[in-house]
Design a binder for this molecule. Structure first.
Ligand SMILES: Cc1cc2nc3c(=O)[nH]c(=O)nc-3n(C[C@H](O)[C@H](O)[C@H](O)COP(=O)(O)O)c2cc1C
Length: 232
């Protein structure tokens, strides 16, 4: 199904094959001169991570652009508790250097009480040096989220996640209604960014429309980063 979605979106067969055949996708810089789009997410149960991987596929459908998937550690009520340096699975933890090296950012979080998870906010609160030096200023950014209930705050989460990125001077991007899935979706997907309705038990699969929109968002972000190269 993913292959059909890619083909219907005009992504070349060769590019799809390269993406799906890659064993360590999105984490290795293939060509040091390629622009990198950082896909930074937090995910407790895997739904937001799936969106992140689809966005990365969309990014890597643009020739010459690499996606770099990164996550943030969970935060603890025992504030002195330390996570291991290496996550038990999924993407590596983000480093501040990733912000400097990227040409754009997709930032994702599960919805927590209509807002981003504390782990994502905690990471952002540690980016003052990047904010002061304008590291992210002028780079394109998009946001994504996953919720348990359909009207449980997808849009409020996306809109509030944009605020720190605006402080960083990033150029916020959404999805245009030229994406037909925005009109047909019966679950996630919004002009404010990519979303997934995971269901109360977190067991809903990502729908085809949600997939299309995640891939389209990645592609749009990568296309824009390429156009902006040299403009900053
Ligand atoms: C503390 C907490 C608060 C949550 N708040 C909301 C909420 O406001 N609205 C909602 O629809 N789902 C809420 N959820 C459910 C998660 O957003 C949902 O399960 C999400 O898909 C999990 O993403 P993940 O699989 O990437 O961890 C909450 C979950 C937790 C643990």
């Amino acid at each position: 199904m993913e292959r059909e979605i890619f083909e219907s979106m005009g992504v070349e067969k060769g590019a799809y094959a390269a993406i799906s055949a890659s064993k360590a996708p999105y984490n290795t810089r293939m060509n040091p001169s390629n622009p990198i789009i950082l896909v930074l997410y937090y995910s407790r149960h895997g739904a937001t991570r799936k969106l992140a991987e689809l966005i990365a596929q969309g990014i890597e459908s643009v020739p010459g652009v690499d996606a770099r998937l990164r996550t943030v550690p969970a935060v603890s009520t025992v504030t002195e508790a330390l996570e291991s340096d290496i996550p038990s699975g999924g993407a590596p933890y983000v480093e501040l250097q990733d912000l400097a090296e990227c040409a754009g950012l997709a930032l994702g979080s599960p919805t927590r009480f209509g807002n981003m998870a504390a782990a994502v906010k905690y990471f952002l609160d540690g980016t003052a040096a990047a904010w002061l030096s304008g590291t992210m200023a002028g780079k394109p950014a998009a946001v994504f989220t996953s919720t348990g209930s359909l009207h449980g705050g997808q849009e409020s989460t996306l809109l509030t996640m944009m605020i720190p990125l605006l402080h960083h001077g990033m150029l916020i991007m959404g999805l245009p209604y030229t994406e037909p899935a925005l009109m047909t979706t019966a679950s996630g997907g919004s002009p404010y960014g990519v979303t997934h309705w995971s269901g109360i038990d977190g067991d809903k699969a990502i729908s085809d429309d949600e997939k299309r929109l995640a891939i389209a968002m990645g592609k749009r972000l990568a296309d824009t980063a390429v156009k902006l190269q040299g403009a900053r």
